[in-house]
Design a protein around this ligand. Structure first.
Ligand code: ADP
Ligand code: MG
Length: 237
């Protein structure tokens, strides 16, 4: 216990929540598949960043997480790697349509970056990733979604458009990520986020990442996450 506390301190990490799993020191400790370990090695990620050290074991255990850490701290892999594991754990993958993992991000640039990161880890596992954001033809996007995918990375507005067009169903979505939640609020996406969350089954796993935690986001987190563990890295939060 004392060791765990000191290790967290050395990572500048604070946690709150019940029964928080201990942070890992290496990717090997996460229990990833050989394919995933190869994909990680290919990225030349030698060891997990602090947010990854603490979030990975929590997310892999199926818990909801609120992750608060500044830009550049490696939050994307902290939710993408367990998402790949979550999808690989699903029985009879190809039977139903619609994504299993859904990521919402505030801007098309951020969504695109997450899309690229997801593809790096999805490829080796035959997982299909679709990007859904403005600036691309709606018809092309509609067609791509209709052909099926396991992961969708989206901006809220365009995802709502696609849901309205019935380009996809959320019936098998069980892993939801709200990335850069504070920026999504700043850009006025709160009602769209609530609408999307309302279309995803309540027994989902939900992760919320943000650089800051204003009261409005605390409130949303309380409403849509279940017994979350909060992981804060550094001074912020
Ligand atoms: P954030 O979302 O917290 O702003 P990113 O997920 O975009 O941060 O990661 C920032 C950069 O760090 C990216 O270039 C990413 O590829 C890299 N990165 C992520 N995890 C690791 C790691 N474990 N080791 C080395 N580099 C990493
Ligand atoms: Mg990010």
């Amino acid at each position: 216990e004392q060791d765990v506390a000191e290790y967290r301190k050395s990572l500048a990490i604070r946690v709150s929540g019940f029964d928080v799993p201990r942070p890992i020191k290496t990717f090997a400790e996460a229990g990833f598949s050989v394919e995933l370990m190869k994909a990680i090695a290919k990225q030349a990620y030698e060891k997990p960043t602090p947010i990854q050290c603490q979030s990975l074991p929590i997310v892999l255990s199926g818990r909801d997480v609120i992750g608060i850490a500044k830009t550049g701290s490696g939050k994307t892999a902290a939710f993408i790697l367990p998402m790949i594991v979550h999808i690989m754990d699903q029985p009879e993958l190809a039977k139903e349509e619609g994504p299993i993992g859904v990521v919402c991000a505030p801007t098309r640039e951020l969504a695109h970056q997450i899309y690229l990161e997801a593809k790096k880890f999805a490829k080796a596992n035959d997982i299909r990733v679709s990007a859904v954001y403005g600036g691309m033809s709606k018809l092309e996007q509609f067609k791509e979604l209709k052909s099926g995918c396991e992961i969708v990375v989206a901006t809220p507005g365009r995802l709502i458009d696609m849901l309205k067009m019935k380009a996809l169903t959320m019936s098998r979505a069980t892993y939801l990520v709200l990335d850069e939640a504070d920026r999504m609020f700043d850009l006025g996406f709160e009602s769209q986020i609530r609408s999307i969350v309302g279309q995803i089954r309540p027994d989902r796993q939900t992760l919320l990442f943000s650089a800051t935690m204003p009261r409005k986001i605390e409130k949303l987190a309380r409403e849509i996450l279940t017994d979350p563990v909060r992981v804060t890295v550094g001074e912020i939060g």
